[in-house]
Design a protein around this ligand. Structure first.
Ligand SMILES: Nc1ncnc2c1ncn2[C@@H]1O[C@H](COP(=O)(O)OP(=O)(O)OP(=O)(O)O)[C@@H](O)[C@H]1O
Ligand SMILES: [Mg+2]
Length: 299
């Protein structure tokens, strides 16, 4: 498996006034394989968008390295397809903005067809489209730049449930057709399970577990991942009947002042004395499955 991107100890800090710093991304090392969908999950504020923005080149990391294999473009798809589209521009103009091809009108037409929009709607303004159609415009705009890598930041979160599956399917079709690689950011674990090949779990600026989707759902190692997965209803009524919900207690600590050692220890049911003293490293527990937890025995 070839790595399209390799992140080495990536750090993003923001100044938060009065000399304080937010450690939004705090030492992330991660591999993104060519052609895969890597899901990125975690609670609000853990740093998912910040990590996505760094990978899309929208902000510079404070420290660390991003190694790219080859020369390729990255684009981002945003959560809110309304606020990310200029209301004074027509759909065709919005899509044309990023187009690299010489014959822009022809390419815009092609892109609209590719994302399932009738090219005849190109002269309409964003408010004249439904939420799902607006997200299709956002996707067409991203594709105009001919990217190989797309960071999709909660691309279905603002959409009606009935439309969510359509957009997920569209993203999958486009991936197969164009050989795209995705970082799919979401806190909807069901959507991530549906679309992702592998999943990375983030907590307070750190990646705490990475595995193939099926492995992560079937055998979550980190107590945090176990809690996240236990909160997802199963479509199988039999499994759902016996689902034991692990409820996370306590607030998410502030990224201004994260706990010592393991950051999850203040909410962890399996906490041990060493968790406060030593930060657990992200280690391969079995092939392809990494976790950062003192309670998980290394293989
Ligand atoms: N430009 C900024 N300046 C200061 N702090 C920021 C900035 N952007 C993000 N942060 C802070 O960095 C942390 C991570 O934010 P981020 O938006 O990456 O989280 P997230 O995981 O995407 O959350 P959500 O699920 O709510 O979208 C938060 O504490 C946030 O307040
Ligand atoms: Mg976000």
């Amino acid at each position: 498996m070839e790595n399209l991107l390799t992140l080495n100890n990536l750090v993003v800090r923001f100044t938060a006034g009065r000399g304080r710093t937010v450690r939004a991304v705090d030492g992330v090392s991660l591999e993104i394989h060519r052609g895969e969908t890597l899901g990125l999950v975690g609670e609000s504020g853990c740093g998912k968008t910040t990590l996505g923005r760094v990978l899309a080149g929208l902000i510079k990391p404070t420290a660390g390295e991003i190694t790219k294999t080859g020369d390729f473009r990255t684009q981002m798809i945003f959560q809110d397809p309304y606020s990310s589209l200029d209301p004074r521009m027509t759909a065709a103009t919005i899509i044309a903005e990023g187009v690299r091809a010489a014959d822009k009108p022809a390419r815009v037409c092609e892109l609209m067809q590719l994302v399932g929009l009738d090219p005849a709607l190109g002269s309409r303004y964003p408010h004249e489209f439904s939420g799902g159609q607006r997200q299709r415009i956002g996707i067409a705009r991203a594709l105009g730049a001919e990217p190989q890598f797309i960071v999709a930041d909660e691309p279905i979160a603002a959409l009606d449930v009935s439309i969510q599956a359509q957009i997920l399917n569209l993203l999958q079709e486009l991936q197969a057709r164009l050989g795209l690689t995705y970082l799919f950011i979401s806190h909807d674990l069901r959507a991530v399970h549906h679309i992702a090949d592998r999943i990375a779990v983030m907590y307070l600026g750190k990646i705490v577990e990475v595995a193939e989707a099926r492995e992560l759902y079937g055998r979550p190692l980190m107590p945090y991942t176990q809690a996240l997965i236990s909160a997802v209803p199963s479509p199988d009524p039999e499994v759902e009947l016996h689902r034991e919900r692990i409820v996370l207690t306590g607030d998410i600590p502030s990224p201004l002042n994260p706990p010592s050692g393991c950051r999850f220890r203040t909410r962890c049911a399996q906490v041990m004395p060493e968790c406060a003293e030593k930060e657990p490293a992200l280690l391969a527990i079995v092939t392809g499955h990494q976790a950062a937890c003192h309670a998980v025995p290394a293989a």
